[in-house]
Design a protein around this ligand. Structure first.
Ligand SMILES: Cc1ncc(COP(=O)(O)O)c(C=O)c1O
Length: 392
């Protein structure tokens, strides 16, 4: 599709380069020149606009999704002796946050097609100690939100949903983060659909939890630095609890405000790349991502193929290496958590316990996906996969 002489045909293809515009760069420069770098007016604006975008009453900006998860669980009162049911097919931060509260993560298997935790498999893992369920909208595909709400209601559980991949996703008429969880956690990490380099957000409709998270995110202090040091601020504050240093800076929010304003443009580009992959990879002995349910909107964060050796002659790692040799970076989302030494040893877990998550974990490969990719770059990825599959 490309000529060998085009510069595009020679550049290594990054996995998920950010798509940053002039508006972001200008706002960052304005922060640098403003005399105020840390949590302040731009964080306030980003929170306000993010809450409106999602349709939640409160949005609390923090410095990562990991912090968002940790504070959400603490705000909901999760602690030692409690169990939280979650998916093994996720990044370690999801379950690490549960461990950091002193509670026990209890894994339940995923659906082999959607790759998401299901209400039925979560329900089967609920015990008298379960306080919360923590589904992950894997790769940007919303979980069965009505099903999780019904489970939470019938068993008296809190839903904390991990929407690290799912900022643009929706379920029926509601954006993820509006009513999908009692507390919903987003990531703005460098590879995410909306990036602030590092950053995160909690959305909730509960005022008491929002207030707790606000205080916990900055040392447990009753008043943040902007409220203390700005011209009209007051120096007085009270330490209400031993909190954390999880606040977002205005430098990060400067990126976030403009990333949010242009989110639909990037989403449309992700959709177009997704369709190009779907068409370009059709007919190959690989599994492509399943179609999205008609009433859901997929955030198109990760285009994950399944590489089965019996079907294609390639192991996942072998194909990743062959693509790397052709200048195409890929990633694995994820090695199931119970196969990592900490989770296996601490919680007595082993291979065989979550067959669907293991099947995916052994075969999954994420192809490059970023709105910064041109059609020519997408076609180079497709050509590289097709060449490998043809044995060249
Ligand atoms: C599913 C999931 N949850 C949580 C996180 C943690 O996000 P952060 O890096 O913002 O802490 C990630 C990060 O990639 C993730 O993929």
């Amino acid at each position: 599709m490309n000529t060998v002489t085009s510069p595009e045909a020679l550049e290594p293809i990054l996995f998920s380069p950010p798509s940053i515009g002039d508006a972001e760069a200008g706002e960052v420069m304005a922060v640098l020149q403003s005399g105020w770098l840390t949590t302040g007016p731009r964080v306030e604006r980003f929170e306000r606009e993010f809450a409106a975008y999602v349709g939640a009453r409160y949005a609390l900006a923090v410095n990562s999704c990991t912090a968002a998860l940790h504070l959400s669980l603490l705000a909901a009162g999760i602690g030692p002796g409690d169990e939280v049911v979650t998916t093994p097919l996720t990044f370690c931060a999801t379950a690490n946050a549960i461990v950091h509260t002193g509670a026990t993560p209890v894994f339940a298997d995923v659906d082999p097609v959607t790759m998401n935790l299901t209400p039925a498999s979560a329900a089967a893992a609920v015990t008298s100690r379960t306080r919360a369920v923590l589904p992950v909208h894997f790769a940007g595909r919303p979980v069965d939100v009505p099903g999780f709400r019904a489970l939470a209601e019938s068993r008296g559980l809190v839903v904390v949903d991990d929407a690290a991949h799912a900022v643009e996703a929706s379920s029926g008429p509601h954006k993820v983060g509006a009513v999908s969880g009692d507390l919903t956690c987003f990531s703005f990490y460098a590879t995410k659909n909306l990036t602030t380099a590092e950053g995160g957000m909690v959305t909730t409709n509960r005022r008491d939890w929002a207030e707790r998270i606000r205080v916990m995110s900055l040392h447990g202090m009753s008043r943040d630095a902007w409220a203390r040091y700005s011209v009209n601020g007051s120096q007085r504050y009270d330490v209400q609890m031993a909190g954390f240093k999880y606040n977002m800076s205005d430098l990060q929010a400067a990126l976030g405000i403009h990333q949010l304003a242009s989110i639909d443009d990037r989403r449309h580009r992700r959709e177009a790349i997704w369709r190009r992959y779907d068409a370009g990879l059709a007919g190959l002995p690989l599994e492509r991502p399943a179609p999205t349910r008609p009433y859901d909107r997929h955030a198109r964060h990760l285009y994950t193929i399944l590489v089965d050796e019996a079907a294609s002659g390639w192991t996942r790692d072998g194909l990743a290496e062959a693509l790397r040799a052709r200048g195409v970076a890929t990633a694995v989302h994820f090695t199931a958590l119970h196969l990592h030494s900490f989770y296996a040893e601490r919680f007595g877990l082993q291979r065989g316990m979550f067959p669907a998550a293991e099947f995916i974990s052994d075969r999954t490969l994420s192809l490059p996906l970023s709105p910064a990719m041109t059609d020519g770059i997408v076609d180079r990825v497709i050509d590289a996969v097709r060449e490998c599959m043809a044995g060249r």
